[in-house]
Design a protein around this ligand. Structure first.
Ligand code: GLN
Ligand code: ZN
Length: 766
């Protein structure tokens, strides 16, 4: 029979219990033993829940207190020297988040920084990057997979242990601090025996299947990586009798699959991202090999189209037979929120939208229904309910706004770019703005003080009236404008006191968005985010920022910069609908923003910044897909910003400086001024701008805003002098790296005063 299976469950818990417990441990409120005991209860409830949902292969070993890759590093003894003296639990969290502890009578002072964190493929999750010595030795210590397998077994639940694959683990790692570059895959012969030892322990504990995650299978892989994959799985097959399921997800495996396909018992494919691979992989399978078909989206919040999924699974069954097919989510469900059962607000206010939502628990149920359907069981009622919800979603006025659709279909060619070239615009802007050389500005937000947050909370709770809240925000803007005038900044901002978040704030002002109460997903460690939901066609409810910006402008003669979040970032940091193409949705958001930009101009605002910090992180995993993505994402940015006159200055901002490979796209955004993060990077970034003919104005950040440290005038002078080596003086701006909302006022004032002094110093010299 076809089996209902899962690859991973949201370990953070239904109410983020894991996060809360871990944080209690950090703050010393509970002991390590209490932490472990409570965590075990959560694990048990998750296993039971999945069993109740009808799953046959239930994952274990993927439950982590911080990060699965970090678990893997610790249990194989890949522990950098600086953490080695710590006890296991302290060591684990110290590697993940650093540890500072004063000396006591019996212990020495500890002060170690965290290991590096990186994005997990194209998700918003971040993993801890393993560090290896050139002569790294591996040991096997207290493997989580064995421990969790046994714990589930004690409950009477037979699970499928999940491991981070050896090749993915090494490939994602890097040489440790101070270690000369070397190929981390060269450590595979040393790591493999320990992996095999682990597999044997699982076998002894009673496991039959094991899931080994090798998501690197979806990358553009060089031959040596493929060779490492092949040798790893040959060795594993030769030396254990556990059945191995190797899982790839987040994309297509293409011919990378050839490296392992003869050495595994089962293969998992992400058919949500790459449905076409069913046809290409089916003929490659050997007799007896199982295919795990990932048909339920593990990264989103929408109901599955059961009919479509069943058809895909049936195709696999027709080719392989019932015993050689597993039904699965596309990837671990840890990338989805826990359950829609906590969304009472949406359920009450918008039952139709509620009927379109499916979080992890509901996804398990979907997997179960699909499995039953292909096994010939009667699930007519469930299928009918699903078909009805899928149908209303397709046609509901909540998802389809004919005016918006029509507008997107008829976007005139000229709306995709500014009417005049930069040189012409610049002339008009110079004349109108009369800015000094090296104009100073900030990126948008000023400190979100506790007082501001309290006021917002009171307003949301209803204890502060709309009128009082508005007055409060106005007073804040006034203070912020005055502070900037006092600092003698040239292009001012309103300071964003009214915004809790750069995406959610606008979500509330647009049609097509809603917000969950409990739709949390882990971003890294114990940190969770609750992205807004884009469920329908997007358009403005009403002007979104005009009142604030116009008020701020009324307080000063200096140019005020309007402040918006760009279309790509509005999408990337939300749960987006999956029922229309991403580029169409982006154009809808782009048009809504375009209206706002045009209104700002009409209201007399001379500069408008449209932030796009997420353009880079949206890059597809495969190079072959980059151009198509960059074309529509950059296009939609231009769509949002090109409705204005030549003399209106369009700014954009990015929080990163890694432009090497997308320089042309950044240039194609054609913003009049771009501000970027720079202070932490070296001159590499500036060199790119020099070598590549960038014609527009640019403000590489003069100081890091992530720390309260106040950079000295001398330090920033040095940086500015470096910038001048690469960027023509008339194009250079002076600004910090990013927004200042996480800072306090004293350091903000001090740092900005120094920054303005630096700009003035260089002005006097030119
Ligand atoms: N305008 C935003 C701010 O200043 C930009 C934030 C960002 O780039 N992430 O906070
Ligand atoms: Zn930024």
């Amino acid at each position: 029979m076809v089996k209902a299976t899962n690859l991973g469950f949201p370990y953070v818990g239904s109410q983020r219990q894991t996060k809360k417990l871990v944080e209690s441990f950090w703050s010393g409120k509970i002991s390590g033993d209490e932490l472990k005991a409570s965590i075990l209860e959560i694990q048990q409830s998750h296993w039971k829940l999945q069993k109740e949902q009808g799953l046959e292969h239930i994952p274990s070993g993927e439950f982590t207190l911080y990060d699965r890759v970090l678990d893997t590093a610790q249990q194989f003894g890949a522990i950098p020297q600086r953490y080695q003296h710590l006890s296991p639990l302290d060591q684990f969290f110290a590697m993940g988040r650093g540890l500072q502890r004063a000396a006591t009578e019996t212990t020495e002072k500890v002060d170690v920084p965290a290991m590096e964190m990186k994005k997990w493929f194209d998700t918003n999750y971040h993993f801890i990057v393993p560090e290896f010595e050139r002569d790294q030795e591996f040991t096997l210590q207290a493997p989580r997979a064995v421990e969790q397998f046994k714990a589930a077994k004690a409950l009477g639940i037979h699970t499928r242990p999940v491991l981070v694959g050896p090749v993915t683990f090494l490939h994602l790692g890097k040489p440790g601090k101070g270690v000369d570059a070397f190929d981390t895959l060269s450590l595979l012969p040393k790591l493999l025996p320990k992996y095999i030892e682990l597999l044997k322990q699982l076998e002894e504990a009673g496991a039959d299947w094991v899931q080994i995650d090798e998501p690197i299978l979806i990358l553009d892989l060089k031959d040596d990586v493929k060779a490492a994959l092949e040798s790893a799985y040959k060795a594993i097959k030769g030396q254990t009798s556990l059945k191995t399921l190797v899982a790839a997800y987040f994309g297509r495996v293409e011919n990378n699959v050839l490296a392992i396909k003869d050495h595994v018992d089962a293969l998992h494919l992400d058919l949500v991202r790459a449905p076409e691979e069913l046809d290409t992989v089916l003929p490659l399978l050997n007799k007896d090999q199982v295919l795990s078909v990932g048909v339920v989206d593990g990264r989103n919040i929408w109901i599955n189209n059961l009919e479509t999924s069943i058809a895909l699974v049936q195709k696999a069954v027709a080719a392989l037979g019932q015993d050689r097919v597993f039904v699965a989510p596309s990837c671990s469900l840890s990338h989805s929120p826990f359950s829609t059962s906590f969304e009472s607000k949406i359920k009450d206010k918008n039952p139709e939208l509620f009927s379109w939502l499916s979080f992890s628990v509901e996804k398990c149920a979907e997997i179960n229904v699909i499995t039953k359907a292909v096994n010939g069981e009667d699930v007519k009622a469930q299928l009918a309910a699903n078909a009805a919800a899928v149908a209303t979603r397709r046609t509901s006025p909540q998802t389809v706004n004919p005016q918006v659709r029509d507008r997107v279909a008829k976007i005139p060619t000229e709306a995709w770019k500014r009417p005049s070239p930069f040189a012409t615009r610049r002339e008009a802007q110079v004349k109108k703005l009369k800015l000094p050389l090296f104009p100073t500005t900030t990126i948008g937000s000023f400190p979100q003080t506790k007082e501001i947050r309290v006021a917002r909370q009171q307003f949301t709770k209803g204890t502060l009236s709309q009128a009082d809240y508005d007055a409060y925000i106005k007073a804040q803007m006034k203070e912020m404008v005055e502070a900037q005038e006092k600092l003698d900044i040239d292009v001012l901002v309103h300071g964003e006191p009214e915004r809790n978040d750069m995406v959610e704030h606008f979500g509330h002002l647009l049609h097509g968005y809603d917000f969950t109460q409990n739709g949390w997903v882990v971003s890294y460690g114990s940190r969770c985010v609750k992205p807004p939901v884009i469920f329908g066609d997007v358009s403005r409810r009403q002007p979104m920022t005009i009142d604030e910006i116009v008020y701020a402008q009324s307080l000063t003669k200096r140019p005020m910069k309007g402040m918006l979040t760009g279309p790509v970032t509005m999408m990337k940091w939300s749960f987006v609908r999956d029922d229309i193409p991403a580029n169409d949705l982006c154009a809808q958001v782009g048009l809504a923003l375009r209206d706002e930009v045009v209104d700002l101009e009409a209201a007399g605002i001379p500069c408008i910044q449209v932030d796009e910090p997420a353009i880079r992180e949206g890059l597809p995993i495969r190079r072959a897909d980059w151009n198509a993505y960059l074309e529509w994402s950059v296009g939609c940015f231009r769509l949002s910003t090109s409705g204005v006159r030549d003399d209106t200055q369009i700014h954009t901002h990015m929080c990163y400086s890694d432009f090497n490979d997308i320089f042309d796209a950044i240039a194609a955004m054609d913003a009049d001024v771009i501000t970027i993060e720079n202070s932490k990077s070296d001159e590499k970034l500036l060199k790119i701008f020099e070598s590549k003919e960038y014609t527009n104005e640019i403000g590489p950040g003069l100081y890091d805003i992530h720390s309260p440290r106040v950079p000295s005038v001398e330090e920033m002078k040095q940086r500015f002098a470096d910038m001048l080596k690469y960027i023509p003086a008339h194009l250079l701006w002076a600004n910090p790296d990013c927004g200042l909302k996480s800072r306090q006022w004293p350091e903000t004032n001090a740092a900005l005063a120094n920054m303005v002094e630096v700009a003035k110093h260089f002005r006097a010299q030119h």
